[in-house]
Design a protein around this ligand. Structure first.
Ligand code: NI
Ligand code: MN
Length: 220
């Protein structure tokens, strides 16, 4: 498995035979060329532009499937994409593993302004690793449930504040989740979400999690 942080909340997870993407808001990263990746599935946590991002363009070119909550998936289908509409809480099976969408404490709208269904995070279970991508969320007790139910090894957490958890709350989330590895995301992209990533690293390491800061300018 190879985890690529493309910037903001966007990741490519390269597996043995294919790649999957989460929240692919990526065309602002000139160092990353998605055309070369074998992308089969795209997971979108909610419909805000910085998460739906380039999902529709990528899905069409790659003939990849977008998995999202029902309302957002139907929107993507109307744009001509293959979709898997899902609800929170049920495991969805794939050739390469399984995924469950979990609650995020955030809003959700479609690009045309309509209601987009529940905002979500995703837990991905593949190649003996469990990855939790929190989407956009405030700190919530739900993370204790996510630990109890799913025991994530890796947690991707927003730290930018304003729209989501800030670094201090994200460090509490990391503690509640108990993940061995924590990856900060959703910071420094816009003026409102500036964050002190060094402070976040220190706060996380107090609780014996390993904080890995990935640099989108070094993605290949
Ligand atoms: Ni959002
Ligand atoms: Mn966002």
């Amino acid at each position: 498995m190879d985890l690529k942080y493309i910037g903001h909340s966007a990741f490519e997870i390269k597996l043995t035979n294919n790649s999957i993407m989460i929240d692919p808001y990526i065309n602002n990263n000139q160092n990353y060329n998605w055309h070369e990746a074998n992308i089969t599935d795209i997971f979108v946590t909610h419909g805000h532009g910085d998460h739906l991002g380039d999902a529709i363009e990528i899905a069409k070119e790659k003939d990849a499937t977008i998995t999202a909550v029902f309302e957002l998936a139907k929107y993507c289908e109307q744009q001509g994409c293959k979709v898997k509409p899902i609800g929170l809480g049920g495991w969805i099976n794939y050739d390469w593993g399984r995924v469950v969408f979990v609650p995020a404490f955030h809003s959700n709208s479609l690009p045309d302004g309509r209601y987009g269904g529940s905002a979500a995070g995703v837990v991905i279970d593949t190649e003996n690793v469990r990855i939790y991508h929190a989407g956009d969320t405030a700190l919530t007790n739900e993370m204790k449930t996510i630990k109890e139910l799913y025991r994530p090894n890796i947690a991707m957490l927003p730290i930018g504040g304003h729209y989501t958890m800030d670094a201090e709350h994200a460090a509490v989330a990391a503690h509640w989740l108990g993940a061995q590895t924590v990856i900060p995301m959703h910071y420094n992209t816009f003026p409102e979400i500036q964050a002190d990533v060094q402070k976040f690293m220190q706060l996380v390491q107090i609780n014996n999690s390993n904080c890995v800061v990935l640099d989108p300018s070094k993605v290949q």
